[in-house]
Write a protein of this length. Structure first.
Length: 333
């Protein structure tokens, strides 16, 4: 049996659909954990979006939380393979404690259960945020880039890096593991999460853009490659998953064109972004609300953080969907 954590999120829900459609690893049974019933409804809506409602009822749902050890006991019964997708994504400094508890401590719990129950392989969905930093002579980040603790990292990046350390601990104790590091994941069905928020902002008339860049990837490519690696003999490796490096302005323009709305026209320079996050910090502190533009978000949107997908392309001879074309396709769903 296969266990998917985070099955009520963008990657986990698409992974469940892919696993059930392909009946991968010779198993007819797929189990997913959920914390709240509302989360299951989000995944059910995604299946409906793809007109795959009939497949949804084949999922074995178990209520559990990755930071609640007793609840995981039942979830791991008869499990052979685990896809660990569950994580908190936030760039708000106020969420530091939650990020560390969920992403690091929660991953440690998953690793411990995998070891205890004799799981055959764990596939961890990490992030390019957990990859290393560019050295002075480097221009592209890859799997061999070294993490520099002297450089500034977001709390999210630190939590994902710490989670990877737990996965490698499991590997050292005999667990077969795979880590994939996707860039910014584009996909439908979750307008309040990740790239879904970008679609929503553009649809509502977003006026601003920046000229930073980073790696993007379609969610269908993430789940396809994760399953392919888990089914393969490959183990104890990590892979950067991006389709291409894209300038944020170009990505927003593609979204605007696909949604048939006006393109963003105002360039926010690094200076203006610096002013913006400081103003937002003051407002969020005074009015005790969540930050809408954090320092980490402002800095990342202006940097050129380009990544290499050469390792996965060579080892699996895989091809990626063009992000711009994928945006056009899912905008019509």
């Amino acid at each position: 049996m296969i266990l998917v954590t985070g099955g009520t999120g963008l990657v986990g829900a698409h992974l469940l659909l892919h696993l059930i459609e392909s009946r991968s690893i010779g198993s007819d049974k797929v189990r997913a954990i959920y914390r709240h019933f509302e989360g299951i409804e989000k995944t059910k809506s995604l299946f409906s979006l793809y007109k795959k409602d009939i497949l949804f009822d084949t999922i074995d749902w178990v209520q559990a939380d990755i930071v609640d050890v007793p609840s995981l006991e039942r979830a791991f019964n008869e499990i052979e393979f685990v896809y660990h997708c569950a994580a908190v994504i936030s760039f708000d400094p106020k969420d530091e404690g939650l990020l560390r508890k969920t992403n690091i401590e929660g991953t440690a719990n998953i690793v411990n259960f995998c070891l205890e129950k004799g799981v055959k392989k764990l596939c961890y969905i990490s992030s390019t945020a957990a990859l290393g930093d560019l050295a002075a002579h480097e221009s592209v980040i890859n799997e061999d880039s070294e993490w520099n603790p002297e450089k500034t990292h977001s709390d999210y990046a630190i939590s994902k890096y710490g989670a990877e350390m737990e996965v490698w601990r499991g590997q050292q104790e005999g667990l077969a593991v795979i880590i994939v590091n996707p860039g910014v994941i584009i996909g439908p069905g979750f307008p309040e999460q990740g790239s879904g928020q970008l679609f929503k902002q553009v649809a509502n008339g977003l006026s601003f853009y920046t000229l930073g860049s980073t790696g993007f990837i379609a969610v269908s490519d993430v789940v396809r490659i994760a399953v392919q690696l888990t089914k393969s003999e490959i183990q104890n490796q990590r892979y950067t998953l991006i389709s291409q490096n894209v300038v944020f302005r170009d990505l927003l323009n593609t979204m605007a064109d696909a949604l048939k709305v006006k393109r963003p026209t105002i360039h926010l320079t690094p200076f203006l972004m610096g002013v913006g996050w400081r103003i937002d910090w003051i407002l969020s502190t005074v009015f005790r609300r969540k930050s809408k533009l954090t320092k980490a978000m402002a800095q990342a949107s202006c940097l050129n953080n380009d990544h290499s997908n050469e390792k996965i392309k060579v080892e699996l001879a895989t091809e990626f969907l063009d992000v711009h074309q994928y945006i056009k396709e899912i905008s019509s769903l």
